[in-house]
Design a protein around this ligand. Structure first.
Ligand code: XMP
Ligand code: MG
Length: 180
């Protein structure tokens, strides 16, 4: 294990099983529909890469980048679009793919923006859900794992841009983010 992590939360096998479960459900739910999966950079990049390969129907993908935490582990509630979608989503079925829903502020903002562009529908798929810290009531349609209020890293999730490459999901040692 990396020296900065406290404990393993989800192993490769846990993640693989969950990704395939989600992939089957999403493939079934969107069968016969024009599905566009939108990954939120950078945290969801790893989950997105695995999830699209677990989808058995035709799918297009795109990415958005939003400003969120910066170097700190606390949400500011200030969200900005750093990279927007390439094409119009009018009349398309959009599935947002997130790494983690925490306060829900990021997705609440994003949902509002995307719904204003008149898609056929917008749903949310997240790898992790931390409901204990919710500030905005955001509808999560597909959720991998519900977790307690710990700061987690790995599988795309970072602290200060570090640990995204760890293949599993870990709880970060408190001393790492308290000392900054
Ligand atoms: P909100 O609070 O708006 O923010 O739902 C969601 C975004 O916050 C980041 N986040 C985390 N990143 N470990 C991380 O590496 C965590 O435990 C964590 N909690 C929130 C993440 O970027 C997510 O997209
Ligand atoms: Mg994120």
């Amino acid at each position: 294990m990396h020296p900065d992590v406290e404990k393993l939360l989800f192993s490769r096998a846990d993640i693989d099983n969950k990704v395939h479960e989600l992939g089957s459900i999403i493939s079934r739910d969107y069968a016969g529909q024009d599905l566009l999966m939108v990954g939120i950079l950078k945290g969801a990049a790893v989950f997105m890469a695995d999830l699209i390969r677990a989808i058995s129907i035709d799918v297009s993908i795109d990415f958005m980048a939003l400003s969120s935490y910066g170097a700190s582990s606390k949400s500011t509630g200030v969200v900005r679009i750093l990279k927007d979608l390439d094409k119009s989503i009018q009349n398309r079925h959009v599935l947002i793919v997130e790494d983690i829903v925490d306060t829900g502020l990021t997705l609440t903002y994003l949902l509002k923006i995307l719904k204003a562009r008149n898609p056929a529908g917008v749903r949310i798929c997240t790898m992790l859900d931390k409901p204990s810290r919710r500030k905005a009531d955001v509808p999560v349609d597909y959720n991998g794992f519900t977790i307690p209020d710990h700061f987690v890293v790995g599988y795309g999730l970072d602290y200060n841009e570090k640990y995204r490459n760890l293949p599993e999901i870990y709880v970060l040692k408190e001393e790492i983010y308290r000392s900054k």
